[in-house]
Design a protein around this ligand. Structure first.
Ligand code: FAD
Length: 296
């Protein structure tokens, strides 16, 4: 067990708002949150540690162990939807996907409950002035998308694709003057393959020169891999101009079982790639190829 608790701050639930049947907005406060370092890159994320299963309001697990000592095991990544430094309030939008420690906790969270938050970090690189941006994501990355769009210079031509469960998940996005947002409604969101890779394929050929754009995508892990592959190999978008990241995995337990059976050793692929002088992006390609070969 890895103990990483010391930098985790105790956070009290001070607000709960159901944004849609699939998303709950939780606001955290409390004295320790004054030490939270939010307000950085617009995709900034942090580790949220919640008491397991029935832990409503719990400061400790039934065995008396402070859950923050188990952050590595029970912690989950979430995006800072809003950080109000003056009031020391942290707002997070959590998808209620029906399984998992965090989603289950979020589904019944109430004012007065306790959780723990790690320090945030972000990675989004803003585009050079005037360069068009294509952003894609789903409900889990809508908090980051919203903040990224709001952070862009007013002159950035911006195209956004968001996969949601239904019209009730849609939220207004404010950003550059030239902003076009498409909502992909997927009634089977979270239970079936993501619509984003196919939707991006349809969208991109329509652009004058897709290679000049900057791309950011986050969502289901296999979808992110497919999007990255499409951007890098079919559209030949230069490295550093595209960033696709898996935020969650569809049917993770089954995928993990099949991955274990495949015998693929990601560490060994990295080491072999580094030894033979392949770039990081080329090594990611090698891993993708092995996963595709194994039907993963
Ligand atoms: C950088 C980053 C930022 C993120 N920001 C957010 C955010 O702001 N809001 C948000 O809701 N999520 C966000 N996520 C995704 C979130 O971390 C995962 O969905 C996480 O798995 C949820 O934990 P859990 O305990 O509910 O489920 P887990 O215990 O991790 O998973 C249980 C099972 O549920 C399934 N599952 C997990 N997530 C989903 C899902 N979203 N839909 C359908 N099935 C799922 C998987 O099959 C998994 O095997 C982010 C992830 C990353 C990496």
């Amino acid at each position: 067990m890895v103990e990483v608790g010391r930098d985790h701050l105790r956070a009290e639930v001070v607000g709960v708002e159901r944004l849609s049947p699939r998303v709950v907005r939780i606001t955290f406060g409390g004295p320790e949150l004054a030490g939270f370092g939010g307000g950085g890159a617009p995709d900034e994320w942090f580790r949220l540690v919640v008491p397991p299963s029935t832990g409503r309001g719990g400061a400790a697990e039934p065995d008396g162990v402070d859950p923050r000592r188990r952050a590595e095991e029970v912690g989950r990544w979430y995006t800072v939807r809003r950080w109000d430094a003056d009031a020391a309030l942290l707002t997070v939008d959590l998808v209620l996907h029906g399984r998992g420690v965090a989603a289950s906790w979020a589904g019944s969270a109430a004012v007065g409950d306790t959780a723990w938050v790690g320090q945030p970090r972000g990675a989004y690189v803003p585009p050079p002035p005037g360069v068009p941006v294509v952003l894609a994501g789903d409900l889990t990355s809508l908090p980051a998308l919203t903040r990224i769009v709001a952070s862009l210079p007013g002159t950035t031509p911006t195209r956004v694709l968001v996969e949601v469960g239904g019209a009730d998940d849609e939220q207004p996005l404010d950003g550059p003057a030239d902003l076009e947002v498409s909502w992909l409604r997927n009634p089977r969101f979270g239970r079936a393959e993501s619509l984003l890779p196919a939707a991006l394929r349809e969208l991109l050929p329509g652009r004058s020169d897709p290679r000049t754009c900057r791309y950011w995508m986050a969502g289901e892990a296999t979808a992110a891999r497919l999007v990255r592959h499409h951007l890098r190999h079919e559209l030949r978008v230069p490295d550093g101009h595209h960033h696709a990241v898996g935020y969650w995995r569809l049917d993770g337990e089954e995928w993990n079982r099949r991955f274990a059976e495949s015998g693929i050793d990601i560490g060994a692929i990295w080491n072999a790639g580094q030894r033979t002088g392949r770039t990081q992006e080329e090594i990611v390609d090698d891993i993708h190829a092995r996963l595709v070969e194994a039907g993963l």
